[in-house]
Design a protein around this ligand. Structure first.
Ligand code: KE4
Length: 431
């Protein structure tokens, strides 16, 4: 049997990189099999090193909302790199991207750029603690905010997938300052505030939770968090690393009309290059060094190439009808998959908001981590591989969210629904 290039490269990578990957979920551990190594991306497609083409619904886990190698993004980065890649000094591009963020995100008056979503959420926690002078933070079971110690408590995404929600290496002291509530359960938050009076610096939440699969806020949940945090003198942090510039031009906070005190961003804001950001009300952000005492820094923060990619991407989203288009494509995919699953009598929960979607192999609606964990992950894995074999690249784990980009068209959506029909039929034949 000829060994394909992905298998060869996986063996080679595993000799020098833990697990052969630089981020765990890429190893296909949740779905089994050998991860496909990617050679290139173009529009809605990625090509593996064996030349196979896939319609891409991972989109690099969210950043590529304009599709792979968009000409505007390519040109912007090519022009920037010709002038040098990094200076460790302020540049005009940082002001330009910051102006776009302030213009587009309703609650942000000042913003600081970093190099990943983890850096953004880690820094947002520090500034919340520095501003309120309180030690405790509240997060939600199943929500993932990156891999900073404070967050690896009942985390989502890969930590949930790999069943190590409380990662070794996180001290009891750190974990002790992280309080965990239940998503969509305001009473669980109320109890934590009462049990920790005047100790809670902030509540951090994914307004649309994208790391236990896609779980949407129940009516009144986000408004309730806004009211509870205000009542108890704590800050409300919306982790919009996924939803920022994706749920709407102004993110989930614009779509839901709930304004947090701080917002964290990543993914789309960098257009595929390493950018994270955190921002909010000026009086809070002015606590940040060099203006105030809360320290935060980064060698490549505001990197000119990353800024160029972010500016090109946000301009594409700000101007024109990007969100109307993404809504049409997202709805077409959702309806097509619902019909395909119904044709084959396969029970699933299809959850969608804008260009984010998730198919839970579950027989009841999913509203929190407990209900998400009732999903049949083995069946999801079989579906994932059946779709991959038919040229559709979904998220390689049940507890993730899939994305549509502006490069997808009705043709890719139709092909995806046709692949689902064949995949479900093949799965039936095997049972
Ligand atoms: P990064 O440090 O991975 O850039 O961002 C961390 C982060 C923060 N907040 C939210 C809501 C996130 O979804 C993430 C990262 N998302 C995962 C996908 N579920 C990244 C993919 C990966 O870990 O490889």
């Amino acid at each position: 049997m000829t060994v394909d290039r992905s298998s060869e490269l996986f063996e080679r990578s595993k000799r020098v990189i833990p697990g052969g990957v630089n981020s765990p979920v890429r190893a296909f551990g949740a779905v089994g099999g050998t991860p496909r190594f990617v050679a290139r991306g173009e529009g809605a497609y990625i090509y593996d090193v064996d030349g196979k083409r896939y319609v891409d619904y991972v989109c690099s886990w969210g950043p590529l909302i304009a599709g792979h190698a968009h000409p505007d993004v390519r040109r912007a980065v090519e022009l920037a790199v010709a002038r040098g890649s990094s200076f460790g000094a302020p540049t005009e591009a940082e002001a330009e991207l910051a102006e776009l963020v302030v213009e587009m995100v309703p609650s942000i008056e000042l913003v600081r750029f970093v190099s990943s979503g983890t850096e953004a959420t880690m820094s947002a926690l520090r500034i919340a603690r520095g501003y309120t002078l309180r030690p405790k933070v509240v997060k939600f079971a199943g929500c993932y905010h990156g891999h900073a110690d404070a967050f690896l408590v009942s985390a989502g995404s890969g930590a949930l997938t790999f069943g190590t929600p409380d990662s070794p290496g996180v001290t009891a002291g750190t974990a002790g300052d992280t309080l965990t509530a239940r998503y969509n359960d305001l009473d669980s938050v109320r109890r934590l505030f009462v049990e920790n009076l005047e100790q809670v610096a902030c509540v951090i939440v994914e307004p649309y939770a994208g790391n236990m699969g896609l779980v949407l806020p129940a009516p009144g949940f986000l408004e309730g968090l806004r009211e509870l945090t205000r009542q108890h003198g704590a800050l409300l942090i919306f982790d919009e690393v996924i939803t920022g510039f994706r749920a709407a031009r102004g993110g989930a906070q614009e779509r839901e009309s709930v304004l947090p005190d701080l917002t964290t961003l990543g993914k789309v804001v960098g257009g595929g290059l390493p950018v994270g950001a955190f921002g909010g009300r000026a009086e809070i952000m002015e606590c940040l060094s060099p203006l105030g005492p809360v320290y935060q820094a980064g060698t490549l923060s505001g990197n000119p190439l990353a800024m160029a990619a972010g500016i090109a991407t946000l301009r594409l989203l700000r101007d024109g009808n990007a969100y109307g288009r993404l809504e049409v494509l997202g709805a077409q995919l959702e309806q097509g998959l619902r019909k395909a699953f119904a044709r084959h009598g396969v029970q699933a929960q299809h959850v969608r908001r804008a260009s984010m979607h998730c198919t839970f192999f579950a027989d009841r609606p999913v509203s929190d981590l407990e209900s998400a964990k009732r999903s049949d992950t083995a069946r999801y894995a079989a579906y994932f591989h059946a779709m991959l074999e038919r040229g559709v690249w979904l998220a390689p784990a049940q507890f993730e969210t899939a994305f549509v980009s502006l490069a997808h068209t009705e043709a890719e959506i139709d092909a995806t629904v046709a692949a689902a029909d064949q995949a479900l039929a093949a799965m039936e034949a095997r049972t």
